[in-house]
Design a protein around this ligand. Structure first.
Ligand SMILES: NC(=O)c1ccc[n+]([C@@H]2O[C@H](COP(=O)([O-])OP(=O)(O)OC[C@H]3O[C@@H](n4cnc5c(N)ncnc54)[C@H](OP(=O)(O)O)[C@@H]3O)[C@@H](O)[C@H]2O)c1
Length: 332
């Protein structure tokens, strides 16, 4: 049996389609899977383009953090052959070979059974970005913030994490205020469920003072740096901020005043090593919202050989939503 994979190597071009055999796959798990769909996250685009060191393994290497499909061989009774699975994170596509291959070896500890009501394409449109958005929504809920508490601000709103955050928060009944650097994104963001759009430039100077007027009950932030600094200072009493990204930079200069005088909670989100119980709770939560979420609105479908070009476009910015990768024709 032969099949296709997108392989990164010390070659020019850096990433190219190769025909592989089963024996070419490093065996780093107890489950052989057939991949139907994958996706392109920011980290995947870094791995494919070589902008930024994200691959922590020898080349040749197969990137792809997210994958969904069917189990082919397995010694784990929870994932018998024929069962539908999804996987995100755990260093797959960074340390071990990932989803840009029609077949791959995985550890069953990384797999989530596909929730009934979701299919592999929807799961990969969601992918790490949507999963991170769902973890953020759960953090907001679990820290006691109901929709009546007030507006939730979403930064980097047209990105993968941002688009899903807008959709999921709106589907869960929250008033969503979307922050974007794109002047032409209003129609897109309103269609996802945002009630108001605020230009990113409003926040880019950082906090005006340690405690500014409280405007936001909560926040899902995928941007960090000055934008997050401003939002921390403008969060209402007992507000909840889910910090999940660093699109603008990793630094955060703030004071403790919002935390000790307003009880603001800054919650870190890590999708990569999120433990299985919380992981499954999030995917089931996503499934429960699925009939109120328009997955296709944020999806751009690319074939496996379209991943390098799509990765360059993602790295250059200007993309709204998520790239989903179709591997169904890359092998039997
Ligand atoms: N914690 C986790 O587990 C986790 C999981 C996934 C991703 N992340 C991180 O979350 C961030 C977003 O990931 P993503 O997949 O959503 O990426 P993405 O699709 O590239 O979206 C990032 C968005 O951030 C905004 N942005 C870009 N450059 C910016 C800048 N210089 N200053 C301010 N905003 C900027 C843009 O939105 P607008 O034009 O609409 O402003 C862009 O669409 C990344 O830092 C990623 O590493 C973390």
């Amino acid at each position: 049996m032969t099949f296709n994979a997108l392989v990164v190597d010390h070659s020019e071009p850096r990433a190219s389609i190769r025909t592989l055999e089963r024996n070419d796959l490093p065996v780093h798990g107890n489950v052989l899977v057939r991949v139907d769909w994958s996706s392109i996250n920011y980290k995947d685009a870094m791995a494919v383009t070589g902008q930024g060191k994200i691959i922590r393994s020898e080349l040749p290497f197969v990137p792809g953090i997210d994958l969904a499909g069917t189990v082919v061989e397995s010694d784990d009774p929870e994932f018998p052959p024929g069962s539908a699975f999804l996987s995100t994170g755990w260093g797959v596509g960074e340390v071990t070979w990932g989803g840009y291959s029609r077949y791959q070896w995985m550890s069953s500890e990384w797999l989530v059974p596909m929730p009934e009501g979701l299919d592999a394409r929807q799961a990969m449109i969601t992918g790490t970005a949507g999963f991170t958005a769902m973890l953020s929504l759960q953090a907001i809920r679990e820290h006691g913030l109901a929709p009546e508490a007030g507006p939730i601000v979403v930064t980097g709103a047209t990105g993968g994490v941002g688009s899903f955050s807008v959709m999921l928060l709106a589907a869960a009944g929250y008033e969503v205020v979307a922050v974007t650097g794109k002047s032409d994104a209003e129609a897109y963001l309103k269609a996802l469920g945002a009630e108001r759009i605020v230009p990113r430039s409003v926040f880019e100077e950082g906090a005006r003072r340690p405690l500014d007027a409280g405007e936001w009950a909560g926040c899902v932030d995928s941007v960090g740096s000055r934008v997050l600094e401003a939002i921390v200072s403008q969060t209402m009493r007992h507000g909840v901020i889910a910090a999940c990204g660093l699109a603008a930079g990793p630094e955060l200069n703030t004071t403790v005043y919002p935390f000790i005088l307003r009880g603001v909670r800054l919650i870190g989100i890590d999708s990569n090593t999120c433990p299985q119980p919380a992981r499954r709770r999030a995917w089931n939560g996503l499934r429960d919202l699925a009939d109120r979420v328009d997955f296709e609105r944020v999806a751009h479908t690319v074939p496996l050989d379209g991943v390098p070009e799509a990765s360059r476009r993602l790295m250059a910015g200007g993309i709204q939503g998520r790239f989903v990768v179709d591997l169904r024709n890359e092998g039997p």
